[in-house]
Write a protein that binds this ligand. Structure first.
Ligand code: BMA
Length: 328
């Protein structure tokens, strides 16, 4: 029987796969220090593709595709980096490219990959389109530093593409939404979800985790909240729901975190106490979320959840009105 509550009496909404970590640097076909924060998608033939962040011993990252028939094992890893920084043409990629989020855009028949380009000016948001994860059409930097944690919505809203992202502004590290007619020119910026303050688990810094999930009740967002403690940061996962035709309107935001570092592979590694999902696939039942997350900035892991269960939890533990005011 699957457990519904943990040892502390809290509901379990994401269940870790027993094969975790499912991908590590030890499996890599070429020298790699760590494998983490992969974007994820299911290809037309049912293959699960993870576009992994691979960090080398310089500390620089690139992206490498791993494909599996079941999304758990038998990974076929590209023998060489799939998408490397192209510093000659995109100087903002000088210190590497990181944390991709993949969205399939039916309108274009292409995947949009939003990733972090690490430049001298700090991290910015870059975009590339691909049909096959072998060749990429780069759009360059679409949000200047300091900005990251970005993903495109799968379809237009009111005729516009939409991008979720996390600029650092004088207001703080909050999640924003911006709109574009062509994926190149972005405007209409709006604050979407603010970090809370004080003792809250998501005080001071939040960011999008995996791309938004389309549900019958709206866009479901998994986001990370960062709590600064005396022994470092704690990266945990929360959830919010946004109106379908008005994605800048927050319908519900959960009060507590629903998934956090617990296992040794999440608590030990290059950066301790980090779970950091950048992608998911949805099961054929259209309810199961296969959530792929980086653990401790070191390996790739998998946990599964249910859209229905998360929405039910949000009804019990969520409150509306996040757009206009912060629930301090
Ligand atoms: C964030 C990002 C992630 C990383 C996390 C924890 O700011 O840079 O790539 O996983 O910190 O180190």
């Amino acid at each position: 029987m699957t457990e519904t509550t943990n040892g502390h009496g809290y509901e379990v909404l994401f269940r870790r796969h027993e094969a975790n970590p499912i991908l590590t640097a030890a499996e890599w076909p070429y020298p790699a220090h760590t494998i983490f924060n992969a974007g994820a998608t299911r290809l037309a033939d049912g293959t699960t593709l993870l576009l992994c962040r691979v960090e080398d011993r310089r500390g620089h990252s690139h992206l490498c595709a791993a494909r599996s028939p079941n999304g758990v094992d038998s990974w076929a890893i590209d023998p060489e980096p799939t998408l490397k920084p192209d510093v000659a043409n995109y100087p903002e990629e000088l210190w590497g490219i990181e944390d991709p989020r993949i969205t399939f855009l039916p309108e274009l028949g292409k995947y949009a990959v939003a990733y972090t380009a690490f430049s001298k000016g700090g991290p910015g948001v870059a975009l590339a389109l691909t049909e096959d994860f072998r060749s990429f059409e780069r759009y360059g930097l679409i949000m200047q530093p300091d900005d990251k944690d970005a993903a495109v919505l799968p379809r237009r809203v009111d005729g516009m593409f939409a991008l979720i992202h996390r600029p650092m502004t004088d207001l703080g590290a909050h999640i924003w939404i911006s709109y574009s007619p062509d994926l190149r020119n972005w405007g209409g910026h709006k604050l979407l979800l603010q970090a809370r303050r004080g003792a809250w688990w998501d005080a001071n810094k939040v960011g999008l985790s995996s791309p938004l999930i389309e549900t019958e009740r709206g866009w479901l967002m998994l986001y990370h909240g960062v709590r600064q403690t005396a022994s470092g940061a704690l990266y945990r996962l929360g959830v919010a729901l946004f109106a379908f035709d008005q994605p800048d309107h927050c319908l519900l935001r959960g009060d507590s975190w629903i998934f956090g570092p617990e296992r040794s592979y999440e608590c030990r590694g290059d950066v301790a106490n980090v779970v950091f999902p950048c992608g998911q696939t949805i099961g054929s039942d259209r309810d199961t979320i296969n959530l792929y997350y980086g653990a401790a900035d070191t390996s790739m892991c998998l946990a599964t959840g249910s859209i229905r269960e998360i929405l039910r939890w949000l009804d019990a533990h969520g409150a509306p009105g996040e757009t206009s005011e912060r629930r301090d």
